[in-house]
Design a protein around this ligand. Structure first.
Ligand SMILES: *Cc1c(COP(=O)(O)O)cnc(C)c1O
Length: 459
């Protein structure tokens, strides 16, 4: 038995040799190695056979995987603009520097400068948000899911618990967000109306009763219903809700505040302005999808409702911190500044959406020309299809341009893994026997790094 344990490396010595491989803090590497060695000890005692070399190699690989799990920048070559796994929307430079400025000093977060006393948190932001989406009032919380729960809790806190939702809108967004479950968590009682494909105004009407708290609409942000379908126009639902004195709210999800279909050949994404104009009392949407701001959930609409929601104790639990407020405030101001000229937007996802094909082709050509000498495969420039992703416009296909690598001296798996675990990490996608990097989601300042990494791997 003790013979087998001789294969175990000494924690102290082995840690020393591992330190240069990553730039993780030493105590973390020591703890990691200690844990791994203890695990191996158990396995060896259990009868597993392994040499010192095998054990050291296994621990080294595990440590590298652990180091790679540390939050770090990634070059997105997937062609998915709002990639949930890659951090959704990148912030614009002005928003990011506003964040830094507030983060590294003191601020008037809750201080009234002219009066010299306690001030209102996010007062300016709320006014700017309302102005942008043409609403009586607005506010922001940590994310859209929190915004929805907050609204549901608010309107179902009394005797009335029933929330009417069409069966065609019982959406699952991913990451554990399902409309029926969100309703349940919020203490609301779901009342489903209509069928999966068709919901009529009379379905809503029949469901309204003394216990109805509100009518909820949910944007079908990640799927599409086609064929024998029908749903009543929002103004008709709004009229019905008004007649019965019931609030009508809509979870819009992605929250495009400008007409994104002006920027690329994609479906029209409903804007909060349109929803409110159609008679929705309150909308909620994400700050970090098509809006392109920091993670947040924006609520906009009727002033009395917003005021009530802000008095909820739960509002305090989901309020934004100063860093989010700083970045969101700057993002919203940027929209207000460039509203009349959407093509001048500073929002990275919108810029990427609008990037002309010839520009992407030129960039791809420049990268390809730097790689003409590679020996472990061939590289070409090809047409590709980008998508918006992140629960927006499920049918959208944006024409794009990609670098296409057909590796020969290295396997496809090894090539994509090398790119993922290198520095900077680069994520693309495979198609048949090729590896592709879509230029639409790659920033032009990253082109050089991509060329360098590819050259290192494929030279
Ligand atoms: C994305 C999405 C959400 C969740 O938004 P978060 O900001 O991630 O909380 C909620 N509803 C819909 C319809 C969505 O598309």
């Amino acid at each position: 038995m003790s013979q087998a344990l001789r294969a175990l490396p000494s924690v102290e010595k082995f840690t020393q040799s591992l330190l240069p491989l990553t730039n993780l803090p030493k105590p973390l590497v020591v703890a990691f190695v200690r844990h791994e060695v203890a695990d191996w000890r158990k396995q060896l005692l259990g009868g597993k056979e392994a040499s010192r070399e095998e054990i050291e190699e296994s621990i080294t690989t595990a440590l590298q995987a652990f180091a790679a799990s540390r939050l770090q920048p990634v070059i997105n070559g997937t062609g998915v603009l709002i990639h949930t796994n890659l951090g959704r929307s990148p912030l614009g430079k002005t928003a990011a520097s506003a964040l830094e400025e507030i983060a590294t000093g003191y601020s008037n977060l809750e201080f009234n400068l002219p009066e010299g006393n306690r001030g209102k948190r996010a007062g300016y932001l709320e006014t700017a948000l309302a102005c942008l989406v043409d609403a009586e009032a607005a506010t922001a919380v940590n994310n859209c899911a929190a915004a929805l729960v907050l609204m549901l809790r608010h309107f179902t806190s009394g005797e009335k618990k029933e929330v009417i939702v069409s069966r065609s809108e019982l959406v699952e967004i991913g990451g554990g967000f399902r409309v029926p479950e969100i309703l349940e968590t919020s203490g609301a009682k779901l009342v489903e109306v209509g069928a999966t494909n068709k919901t009529h105004l009379r379905d809503y009407e029949k469901a309204i009763g003394p216990n109805t708290a509100l009518i909820l609409k949910v944007h079908r942000s990640n799927f599409y219903i086609e064929g024998f379908t029908a749903e009543p126009p929002v103004p008709e639902i709004a009229e019905l809700a008004k007649k019965h004195g019931i609030p009508l709210i809509e979870d819009l999800g992605s929250g495009a505040v400008m007409h994104t279909d002006d920027l690329a050949p994609i479906d029209h994404e409903p804007t909060p302005q349109e929803a409110l104009r159609n008679g929705i009392d309150l909308v909620c949407f994400s700050g970090d999808k098509l809006l392109g701001g920091p993670q947040s959930g924006i609520i906009a609409g009727r002033k009395d409702f917003i005021a009530g929601i802000k008095k909820e104790p739960f509002f305090r639990a989901v309020r934004c911190d100063k860093l989010i407020l700083a970045a969101l405030q700057e993002s919203i101001d940027e929209y207000l500044r460039t509203q009349s000229t959407p093509k001048e937007t500073d929002v990275p996802v919108l810029k990427a959406l609008a990037a002309p094909l010839d520009e992407l082709t030129t960039r791809a050509g420049a990268i390809a020309s730097k790689l003409s000498t590679i020996t472990k495969g061939t590289l070409s420039v090809t047409e590709a299809t980008a998508t918006t992703g992140g629960g927006t416009m499920p049918r959208s296909e944006i024409p794009s341009i990609a670098l296409k690598i057909e590796p020969t001296g290295i396997s496809l798996n090894k090539l994509s893994r090398e790119l993922r675990i290198g520095s900077p990490a680069i994520v693309g996608y495979t198609q048949e026997d090729s590896f592709l990097l879509d230029l639409r989601t790659i920033f032009s300042w990253q082109d050089e790094m991509i060329a360098e990494r590819l050259l290192q791997i494929l030279a």
